[in-house]
Design a protein around this ligand. Structure first.
Ligand code: AMP
Ligand code: GLY
Length: 424
């Protein structure tokens, strides 16, 4: 099988690393890829959201499966373009990607199909939005409707902060057209988990859960990020919670999307709040989580290639059961100084090879480049993902930080408390 992986982050490197181990896979090509993916196969300089160019490339190269990494590629209609040329694609159509691309669509969909989520209202008018807050209690949850790289959500403790957030999004257009509308919703107390299910439009196969760390600094301080680390399994996500999540959230969504003429193919990522009343949906993503995916790939024992192909072909019902390593896995994100606001690019990174020499450690590239001088440099916000497995979560965490300590990168920082909740 000749596979094209679309994207350039740590998630895509981890998918490539896993797919490369499949006896069915003959070649891995990544677009645009990164230096980590370049070690596994070829990288081609086509942007992830250039659907036409990617479909033309896939046709020319006789690609047998395209795996979509980032939501931008799905939202740009890559799966639709590939369908036109008859190439199997693991990832949703543009219409199905609305589940992530519009929070208003997602919330309205949940109401139509009885999926448990926080009470909400949609606004395009700042005055009405502020008036709505008038008879509500803090904290206030305010979200830009569209894609904002995980940064479009404000949890405001006071009315003043909430009003400022409304103005910034609706009026000052902090997130551009993603902020033409906002969703204001009730605050859900509880602990969060990320859960993933493979979908072929009709059938869903549960994967496992992970927990992410959204804030930039230790003790969950600092600004929201795309994720500073993850671990799997998530102790809070028991088998009972998983079954509830499948019954109440994943399966109704799959049925509803099909009934509405937007069958969902790809990985459905439910961002959940585990409340005393059961799991509630915070958000849907239409792709693997990053850095959650990296921990999942370290734990998956089964061959990933055939299940992704079966999902793309609408044949998941006949898929073999996916087997997981009981051992926990953890990802520590090594980010560039200044992330998430203004990450400094270009600083030199040494010692990735030494980190990979630590037993049970695998380093994935997330935002790196190699210049003509042969040196590895930071080229993004989240730059490296140091992953580890171990007999216990603490062993995995210790190995990951041993890996981090071998990397010589003054331009980077990472959280030192990944998995604290599960360890304490
Ligand atoms: P989202 O981009 O929708 O996942 O939101 C980002 C983060 O904001 C989530 O991971 C939660 O930590 C928090 N959040 C979002 N919505 C809520 C809510 N209704 N109640 C509590 N926390 C929330
Ligand atoms: N780590 C959360 C996400 O990928 O959106």
């Amino acid at each position: 099988m000749k596979i094209l992986i679309v994207g350039s982050g740590g998630r895509e490197h981890a998918l490539g690393w896993k797919l490369k181990q499949s006896p069915l896979v003959t070649e891995i090509i990544a677009a645009p890829g990164n230096p980590g993916l370049a070690e596994l196969g070829r990288c081609v300089a086509i942007k992830a959201d250039d659907a036409r160019e990617l479909a033309a490339f896939a046709l020319r190269e006789q690609i047998e499966l395209v795996v979509i990494g980032p939501e931008a590629a799905a939202a740009a209609g890559l799966a639709d373009a590939l369908r036109q040329v008859g190439i199997p694609c693991f990832g949703p159509t543009k219409a199905a990607a609305e589940l992530e691309a519009s929070k208003a669509f997602m919330k309205e969909f949940c109401v139509r199909h009885g999926v448990p989520t926080a009470e909400y209202k949609v606004f395009d008018d700042a005055i009405r939005a502020k008036a709505y807050l008038g008879d509500r209690e803090p904290p206030f949850v305010i979200k830009a409707d569209g894609l904002a790289a995980g940064k479009g959500v404000v949890i405001a403790e006071t009315r003043r902060e909430a009003d400022a957030a409304i103005d910034e999004i609706l009026f000052l257009r902090k997130f551009g057209t993603a902020g033409q509308r906002i969703v204001i919703e009730d605050f859900l107390p509880g602990e969060e988990a990320s859960f993933f299910a493979l979908c072929d439009g009709e059938t869903a196969v549960p994967l496992v859960a992970a927990q992410d760390h959204k804030r930039a600094y230790d003790q969950d301080k600092g600004p929201n990020t795309g994720g500073m680390g993850a671990y799997s399994p998530a102790p809070i996500f028991t088998d009972a919670v998983r079954d509830q999540t499948m019954e109440q959230i994943i399966l109704p969504t799959l049925r509803g999307m099909k009934a509405e003429g937007r069958p969902f193919v790809g990985v459905l990522f439910a961002g959940l709040m585990i409340t005393p009343a059961g799991p509630k949906l915070i958000e849907f993503n239409v792709r693997f989580g990053d850095p959650e995916c990296q921990t999942l790939m370290r734990r998956m024992k089964s061959d990933l290639a055939p299940v992704l192909l079966l999902a793309a072909q609408g044949q998941l019902a006949g898929a073999p059961k996916i087997v997981w390593d009981e051992q926990p896995a953890v990802t520590v994100v090594y980010a560039a100084q200044g992330y998430p606001d203004e990450p400094l690019k270009g600083s030199v990174i040494r010692g990735v090879g030494q980190a990979n020499d630590v037993p049970n450690v695998v380093v994935f590239h997330a935002g790196t480049r190699v210049d003509s001088d042969g040196l590895l440099r930071a080229d993004g916000g989240r730059v490296l993902n140091v992953t580890a497995t171990g007999p216990t979560l603490l062993d995995a965490v210790n190995s990951a930080y041993e890996g981090v300590s071998r990397i010589d990168w003054p331009g980077g920082f990472c959280r030192r408390d990944i998995a604290w909740r599960a360890l304490s």
